[in-house]
Ligand binder design. Structure first.
Ligand SMILES: C[S@@+](CC[C@H](N)C(=O)[O-])C[C@H]1O[C@@H](n2cnc3c(N)ncnc32)[C@H](O)[C@@H]1O
Length: 439
């Protein structure tokens, strides 16, 4: 058999993955436009669809640790400065405070309205039209209570910042098409833009390029970075992202390798599934950063159940808890309890005659006597059992509402169910790890 025939036979046996064909026309156009503006790719990557993660980036060659996977010149970043220098920047010239997210959202609504007349058209065309984040749902009554509360806060914030913008545009018209700005800035458009910013913006260290002459009520550290916002998140990915002022670029380096034909991930931060779902609209099964949080009342009720005589904590203990901010991260993870959680339960469960100095010593050395550790574990088991019941109940309630909700919010619904399942899995693992730690 000749060499060519052998190669053809081998190709037939191991067909090249069809992955690259998945690049959408919008992505191809985006890259073309970026190249016209002087952007150069640093690695052979292309957009593709993945069964588990949706649209993302695939490696067309082996990528080594330390490789720069993207370099984006300043002029291709959308920052507060970009907005202020644009035609819609006048909105922010009033002596009022705005948030960075509000400024970027207004810009996106405006540029989307301009359509093919927008400089950013190729980028806008690539952006998703809908989201699985709970904040994008019109009806959130079906969400489990904890998620509902957090979502309501975000939606209130979107609404508040939206009204502030609408008050400024008042009865003005678009000088392009004479449409009233109030109909261009419809609430649906603004909440779409808001979700684009929360799911896609990158965090930049405030630096000279971000200097702006607008009153911001938060730090000016958000930017939309075309191309970089095609990378999906993985909790195991390790990256370094930073501005190189001398080159006028924002760049992102991978600290781990990726093999050819695999999805390239970046890391959005050490985010639990709750945070991933609320902010980005997805979860990661067996997420190594996952936690289940406990409230102050969860802890206090459980301590009272185990030690009914402990009805109060004295003033010194209260002050100590507040000073050390021991309510900040009261949670458990698959391998055990957070430090705050152990400390809080210990303070609550110590007999009244134990001096505060002794309590501090145990907490800061992270060494508890067997008896104390035993009580901490018993208290946590009570909390875990209550939480498990709560999640099981919420899960079955969700299934009752299944039909009507999936019709409206299919993807979001699937993630909520997945989230509850992940919480249940994590609590069971944590209970098991406490058993082993005790032995
Ligand atoms: C910065 S964008 C990443 C690119 C995006 N997938 C796209 O098609 O444009 C962030 C969004 O991607 C999705 N995403 C990111 N990482 C994911 C993952 N590991 N699994 C599922 N969806 C993910 C979520 O919808 C998230 O809001």
């Amino acid at each position: 058999m000749g060499r060519v025939l052998r190669m053809r036979k081998r190709k037939k046996k191991n067909p090249k993955p069809d992955l690259y064909k998945n690049s959408t026309l919008e992505y191809v156009e985006l890259v073309k436009w970026m190249k016209e503006l002087g952007w150069k790719p640093t690695c052979k990557l292309v957009s593709s669809y993945f069964q588990n993660t949706g649209r993302g980036m695939i490696a067309k060659e082996n990528i080594f640790a330390g490789s720069t996977i993207a370099k984006i010149p300043y002029r291709l970043l959308i920052t507060v400065k970009t907005v202020l220098e644009s035609k819609i920047g006048w909105i922010f010239s009033r002596h009022k405070f705005f948030t960075t997210q509000q400024v970027l959202s207004v810009f996106l609504v405006w540029e989307r309205h301009l359509g093919e007349f927008s400089t950013w058209n190729k980028y806008i065309n690539c952006l998703p039209k809908t989201f699985s984040c709970p904040a994008y749902c019109n009806n959130i009554d079906w969400l489990p209570s904890n998620l509902k509360e957090k979502t309501k806060d975000i939606q209130n914030n979107i609404l508040k910042t939206y009204h502030a913008v609408v008050n400024i545009i008042d009865k003005k018209k678009c000088d392009h098409c004479n449409t009233f700005l109030s109909s261009i800035f419809a609430y649906e458009m603004y909440s779409w833009a808001w979700c684009i910013v929360s799911t896609r913006a990158v965090y930049l260290c405030p630096s000279t390029i971000l200097q702006s002459y607008v009153l911001l009520s938060d730090e000016n550290n958000l930017a939309l970075a075309p191309y970089i916002d095609f990378f999906n998140h993985n909790c195991c990915a390790e990256v370094k992202a930073y501005i190189v002022e001398s080159e006028g670029i924002y760049q992102i380096e991978t600290l781990i390798p990726f093999s050819k034909n695999s999805e390239i991930f970046i890391n959005y931060g050490p985010l639990s599934n709750d945070r991933l779902f609320i902010d980005y609209g997805f979860i990661i099964p067996s997420n190594i950063q996952d936690i289940v949080s406990f409230s102050y009342d969860n802890v206090l009720d459980a301590v009272n159940e185990i030690i009914p005589s402990n009805k109060y904590i004295n003033e010194y203990r209260c002050r100590f808890l507040k000073e050390k901010k021991l309510f900040t991260d009261v949670s458990c993870h698959a391998d055990g309890l957070s430090w705050d959680c152990q400390a809080l339960i210990f303070v609550f469960s110590c007999p009244p005659d134990v001096k505060i100095e002794e309590i501090k010593r145990s907490i800061f050395s992270n060494k508890f006597k067997n008896h104390s550790w035993d009580i901490i574990c018993r208290v946590v088991k009570v909390i875990i059992n209550k939480k498990l019941n709560e999640y099981e109940k919420e899960s079955s309630e969700l299934m009752i509402k299944h039909g009507e909700i999936t019709k409206m919010y299919g993807e979001c619904f699937t993630f909520v169910r997945g989230l509850l399942g992940e919480h249940i899995k994590l609590l069971n693992k944590c209970a098991l790890s406490l058993e082993t730690e005790k032995k």
